[in-house]
Each structure stands twice: as C-alpha cells, then as structure tokens.
Design a protein around this ligand. Structure first.
Ligand SMILES: Nc1ncnc2c1ncn2[C@@H]1O[C@H](COP(=O)(O)OP(=O)(O)OP(=O)(O)O)[C@@H](O)[C@H]1O
Length: 311
C-alpha cells in the first residue's frame, strides 16, 4: 500500500507538488496522470525516498519513507523516468549487481534472478550488453530490476515513454501481469495507458490533485457521456432537426468524416429518440454508438482550467 499525506515539495518559489494526499491499495494499478511538469516524477521521487518532501509524509506498506527508509525501500520497486541502468554491463551482470546491492546472495540471489528473467522474458539477451539492446528490451531490464527483490509495491515513472506501439503493448502486458497482488503506481501523460492499465486515476496539474476517481467515474463527468454518434449518408441534413430535439445539448459533425455526435443534456437518454428520428427521415445509418464519455476531454478541461487558475 502507498499512503501520501499532504505531500509537498518546493523548489525555491516553485511549488512542484502541492499538498497531495492519496492512497493506493494492493491489487490496484493507480495512474498518476498529468501534463508535462505537473509534478508526477517529483511525487515518485519523494515516495521512493530519493528526495525529501518540504512538508507532508509518505508511507509504503506502513513504513514512513523518512523515518524508516530501509524498511520502505525493501518493499518498494521503482522504475525511474528513462529507466537508467549501467549500459556497459550485460543484463546478467547488471541484475546480479542490483540483487547484491539489495542484500541477496547465493541461492537466494539466483532464485530471484531466475524469477525476474522468466517474468520479463530476458533469457535470450541475458549475456548481451545493455547499451546494445533495443529500447523495449532495455525497459524490460528496468522492470526486472524493479521487481528483482519481489516488492509488494511498484512505482513506474512513464514506463512506456519512448517505445514504439508494439513495445508499448508488450510492456503494458508485462505490467498487467505484475499487477495481481501488488500495489502499482504508474505515472503517465498518455490517456491510452490509463485505459489499458489503470483501475484508478489521479489527475494532477501544477502539483495539485484535481481528481481521484476510476476511469468510468471520470467518463461520467464528460459532456460526451451518453452521447449518440453515428455515420450515415446525408446525415448533415438531420443536424438541424436533431438540435431541436428535446434533451439535446449540442450536435457536432466531424469535418473529416461527417460523423455526427448528439450530446445530451445532463441525465437525458438519447439513443432511442435519435434512432427514431433517423428512421423517420429514412436515413440509412451505417453504425450507431452510445458513448461512455471521453477521458481526453475531461483531462483537457480539468488541466486547462488548472493552468488558467493562476499566473
Ligand atoms: N531539481 C529541481 N529543481 C528545480 N525545479 C525542479 C526540479 N525538479 C523538478 N522541478 C520542477 O518541478 C516541476 C514538476 O516537475 P516533474 O518532473 O515532477 O514533473 P512531471 O509531471 O514528472 O513532468 P514530465 O512529464 O515532464 O516528466 C516542473 O516545473 C519542474 O521544472
């Protein structure tokens, strides 16, 4: 479990992290989502004990990261931004080194190494120098390093940043497999990552926590929640009629593909009335969809509002 209470970090006059409180429980993958410079890495650096908070506390599995740093580090695996490692070592040498630093020796070290290599599928590159690996494999080595001591809590700072789409998918599948019993905190600025991995999201901007919710709860806040979208030949003609329909807040037509989206007033159901109107107009609908809401729009409106709230 991770508990952050009123975490604050100031750099001179800049408050990089401002009074942030949250909990992440075992079995949860919590996404720390925010634009560049929001303070995500600073939060992780404080929880990992890498830098000290200016105020507030963090606990990892109940261990205060300031008062009991060794106990906290023992239960925490951390993949820092960019997953730095010793590039001139082979994967085997590097993980062996990390294991020894972690206090593992002999058979115990071998068992942990084997498990991490197996989990991250590193057999084929075990004796390859890290600098010569693809980015995807280097990230896997970083993840192997983070889980080597079998921690209960994992913190991954932008774990798929800089990877190509296939590598991103692979790394996400690996993280998903690690999630079962652990507490995982992932920082990202990618909404697709939240969709793919997280069961809870903390939205931060300018160091402040703007939302702590499940992706589904955030979708509820979207003005597209309950919207009906469809494409049909000649759909533009129906726009004016749809706009006049009771319960409709707005109608948008995509300038690129002509897809129509009918946005509801709060709490209004539009699927059936829209279908009825289209039928009555004799429009042949190719495909019609009821939207759950758009995380992108919620994220953008929250973070833009936060950016505008102060000089
Ligand atoms: N050592 C430092 N000295 C001064 N300012 C810093 C330092 N580290 C971070 N900052 C500032 O604190 C703010 C938060 O930075 P942080 O790296 O935590 O953001 P982030 O959300 O992780 O961004 P990114 O996604 O770009 O990595 C930024 O304005 C950054 O410039």
């Amino acid at each position: 479990m991770i508990e952050a209470e009123h975490l604050t970090r100031r750099y001179g006059r800049l408050t990089a992290v401002d009074d942030l409180s949250f909990r992440a429980e075992p079995g949860e993958v919590v996404g720390l989502l925010g634009p560049n410079g929001a303070g995500k890495s600073t939060v992780m650096r404080m929880i990992s004990g890498f830098i000290a908070p200016s105020a507030g506390t963090a606990r990892v599995c109940g261990h205060d990261v300031r008062k009991s740093p060794l106990a906290a580090k023992r239960v925490l695996g951390y993949l820092p931004e960019g997953a730095p490692s010793y590039g001139e070592l082979t994967v085997y040498e590097f993980l062996g080194f990390v294991g020894r630093v972690r206090g593992l020796r002999g058979g115990e070290l071998r068992r942990h190494l084997d498990a991490a290599v197996e989990h991250l599928d590193l057999h084929d590159v075990l004796h390859t120098t890290i600098d010569t690996l693809s980015k995807g494999f280097r990230r896997r080595v970083g993840l192997a390093r983070a889980i080597l001591h079998e921690p209960d809590v994992l913190m991954l700072d932008e774990p798929t940043d800089g990877l190509d789409p296939n590598q991103k998918r692979e790394v996400r599948a690996l993280i998903d497999a690690m999630a079962r019993k652990r507490t995982i905190l992932i920082s990202t600025h990618l909404l697709e990552e939240v969709h793919a991995l997280c069961n809870r999201v903390l939205i931060v901007a300018r160091g402040r926590l703007l939302a702590d919710a499940t992706p589904a709860e955030l979708e509820l806040r979207s003005r597209y929640h309950g919207a009906v979208s469809f494409s049909a030949a000649g759909a533009g003609v129906a726009k004016a009629m749809l706009e006049r329909m009771p319960g409709v807040a707005a109608v948008e037509v995509d300038p690129l593909d002509g897809r129509v989206t009918v946005l509801p007033e709060p709490g209004k159901q539009l699927l059936e009335p829209v279908q009825e109107l289209l039928r009555a107009q004799g429009l042949k609908v190719n495909e019609i969809q009821l939207e759950r809401g758009r995380l992108e729009e919620v994220f953008r409106s929250m973070t833009v509002r936060a950016a505008g709230s102060e000089p």
